[in-house]
Design a protein around this ligand. Structure first.
Ligand code: MLT
Length: 205
C-alpha cells in the first residue's frame, strides 16, 4: 500500500452536483461506521470513508494520543498531512468537486486539524464532538469555509470552554461556524444528524 493510501470505502455519487463527504470515524471505529450516517446526511452524495491507521490497543484512530485528550502533536501533524494528501489525490483522480468532512470525536479532531493546517483540502466540515486539536503557529485562511460544530452540554471529555475555544479559533481564521449545543454527552443523539442534515442542505446543496 502506498504511504498516502488508506484502507477505505468509496461510494460514488448518484447526484454529481453534491459535495463529497469524507467520513472520519471515532476511536475504535472503521470505514463502515459512518456510511449509513453519510447516506442519511446528504442522499446521493459520494462518500469517501478511510480507516484511521493508528492502533490503540487494537482500536483504529487517526493519530496517536498520549492520554485522553492529550495528543502526540508531531504524530497529529504528520497524520493530518497524510490524510489531506490522500483526500487531495483521491479528489484529483476521481474528478470530485467540493469536499466536506464529517467527523465524530477522534475523526472530528483530525478534520479540525486539516482545516487548521491544510486549509485548502476541505470546503467545510461537520464536527461532531470536536476539541482543539492543535493551535497553528499562524492562523490559516478559512474564509469561504463553513463549519458545523455540535457539542454535548454534558460531554465528560470536552468541556464547554474547550468547544468554545475551537469555535473561536476557527472563526478567528475566517471560517463561518454554526455551533450547536446538544443536550447530551459525548455520544451522538438524534439531534446531531438532524442538525447536520439541515445545515448541509442549507450550505452545500
Ligand atoms: C481523541 O483522542 O481524539 C479524543 O480524545 C476523542 C476520542 O477519540 O476519544
Amino acid at each position: 500500500m502506498d504511504k498516502s493510501d488508506f484502507i477505505h470505502k468509496y461510494i460514488p455519487a448518484t447526484r454529481p452536483d453534491a459535495p463529497t463527504l469524507v467520513l472520519l470515524h471515532g476511536t475504535g471505529g472503521n470505514e463502515d461506521d459512518l456510511v449509513p450516517l453519510g447516506q442519511q446526511l446528504l442522499p446521493g452524495a459520494s462518500l469517501l470513508s478511510p480507516r484511521g491507521k493508528v492502533l490503540e490497543q487494537g482500536m483504529p484512530r487517526f493519530f496517536r494520543r498520549l492520554a485522553e485528550g492529550v495528543f502526540d502533536l508531531p504524530d497529529l501533524i504528520a497524520r493530518t498531512h497524510e490524510l489531506a494528501d490522500f483526500v487531495d489525490e483521491f479528489k484529483a483522480s476521481h474528478q470530485l468537486g467540493r469536499i466536506v468532512a464529517v467527523g465524530f470525536s477522534n475523526g472530528a479532531n483530525i478534520a479540525a486539524s486539516m482545516l487548521l493546517i491544510r486549509p485548502t483540502t476541505l470546503a467545510g466540515a461537520v464536527l461532531f464532538r470536536a476539541m482543539v486539536p492543535l493551535v497553528p503557529d499562524a492562523l490559516p485562511d478559512l474564509r469561504n469555509r463553513r463549519v458545523l460544530l455540535t457539542s454535548g452540554t454534558h460531554d465528560p471529555l470536552i468541556g464547554r470552554e474547550e468547544a468554545t475555544n475551537l469555535r473561536q479559533l476557527l472563526e478567528r481564521s475566517g471560517a463561518t461556524v454554526l455551533h450547536r449545543w446538544i443536550e447530551g454527552g459525548h455520544q451522538l443523539t438524534p439531534e446531531d444528524p438532524q442538525a447536520a442534515r439541515q445545515w448541509l442542505a442549507t450550505e452545500f446543496s
